[in-house]
Design a protein around this ligand. Structure first.
Ligand SMILES: *Cc1c(COP(=O)(O)O)cnc(C)c1O
Length: 396
């Protein structure tokens, strides 16, 4: 059986998204900036996509900037807020230790340029505490950036409360909502969000296209200079086919959220219950405030990479954490930040489901994970030491 369970890394495109793109690859190929009719047809498509995206997010079309994806949107949001802050000599930014590297590495860059960064603790359940945010805000704080939901452990942050606190204190609030959009309900107005990042390939759309939402009145700084596209804030000929795919995928995902999250929650909980039967296993992330398709566990005495390779040989695509850290030997910064020791963090497994997955596949995953974990433990000298009492279990 072949099971794709790595939807937090990327999703398979929906038929609707593919069909929405096709006319813009051959028939409507104009440049939206051209004045002739071929160009104007592309410009009309772009305008309609912007309206539909705004409709799905509950904002106005002028607040939508198309980008190349989540990473670019995160970079632009943070650097824009930093530029606004620097003009007022406010150079303090608050974020969390479990953000995506697109956020953390941008903050590292700002730190080298004289900004002070406070990373909030995400605690064992992967959720920040709003009282800790409140006390971290200073008169010179120019930005709070907290992700909506975590890409590795699925924990969902109290975004509406965080937005409320930031609005009250007059601090800009950005959220990396790449894992949330299309999967859980997001309301940029009610949640008091000033800037939001999303990426189409995380909700069955194409890769290489995303959106930066910036509330009216928030001044955005260019990362790319050139033409006047995106109201002068993001130069470069617009990727019309990808933008059309994004708009279709977004409308589809947002309109089906109740249905899809209900279905995914059932699959997710069956998967968690099955896998947690394996002795000395711990769930990462909050059991309730959690993305509907996310499962993340650590197994004592297991090397995550070996587990992944053996699962792949059984037809199961999974991940040990984020796709970004694979290839490096460092354990996930998210698992370390929620307090997992190094060797435990190395034994992690993330399974992220989509609506295409079935209960039959979930049962196959459970059986395969159980078999593979016992196979690996039987061969492991560390496991023998644990069983003989020469070493203490970290996971009870
Ligand atoms: C995937 C992801 C990103 C990066 O998005 P790209 O479109 O791949 O650049 C950023 N943040 C989170 C939380 C993600 O899951």
């Amino acid at each position: 059986m072949n099971v794709y369970a790595d939807n937090a890394a990327t999703t398979k495109m929906s038929k609707r998204a593919i069909e929405a793109m096709l006319p813009y690859l051959d028939q409507v190929y104009g440049n939206p900036s051209s004045l002739h009719s071929v160009g104007q047809r592309a410009a009309e498509a772009l305008a309609s996509a912007r309206e539909r995206v705004a409709g799905a997010l509950g904002c106005t079309p002028r607040e939508i900037y198309f980008t190349s994806g989540g990473s670019e949107s995160d970079n632009q949001a943070i650097l824009s807020a930093a530029a606004i802050g620097a003009r007022k000599n406010k150079k303090h930014i608050i974020s969390t230790a479990i953000e995506h590297h697109a956020v953390l590495h941008t903050l590292d860059k700002l730190k080298k340029n004289g900004f002070e960064i406070t990373l909030l603790d995400a605690h064992e359940n992967g959720i920040v505490r709003t009282d800790e945010l409140k006390s971290a805000i200073r008169p010179d704080t120019c930005l709070v950036s907290v992700m909506y939901a975590n890409n590795e452990i699925g924990s969902i942050q109290p975004i509406a409360e965080i937005g409320g606190i930031c609005r009250e204190k007059g601090v800009l609030f950005h959220t990396d909502a790449v894992q949330a959009i299309g999967h859980i309900k997001v309301d940029v107005v009610k949640d008091n969000i000033d800037m939001l990042s999303l990426s189409a390939h995380k909700f069955y759309g194409p890769k290489g296209v995303g959106v930066l939402y910036a509330r009216r009145g928030v001044s955005i700084t260019n990362l790319i200079e050139g033409g006047a596209q995106e109201r002068g804030k993001r130069a470069g000929t617009e990727n019309i086919p990808a933008i059309m795919g994004l708009a279709a995928a977004l409308e589809d995902a947002v309109s089906r959220i109740d249905e899809s999250s209900k279905k995914l929650t059932v699959l997710r909980d069956a998967l968690i219950n099955g896998i947690m039967q394996i002795p000395h296993t711990i769930l990462n992330g909050d059991s309730v405030r959690r993305l509907p398709g996310n499962v993340n566990v650590c197994f004592e005495g297991i090397e995550g990479e070996s587990l992944l390779l053996l699962l792949d040989s059984k037809g199961i695509c999974a991940s040990s954490g984020s796709a970004c850290t694979s290839g490096s030997l460092d354990p996930s910064h998210v698992l370390l930040a929620i307090g997992r020791p190094h060797d435990v963090a190395h034994g992690s497994l993330r399974l992220s489901l989509s609506e295409e997955n079935t209960m039959e596949e979930v049962e196959y995953i459970i059986k395969s994970v159980k078999d593979t974990v016992s196979y690996l433990r039987d061969m492991s000298p560390v496991w023998r030491d644990l069983q003989e009492g020469k070493k203490k279990y970290v996971i009870q």
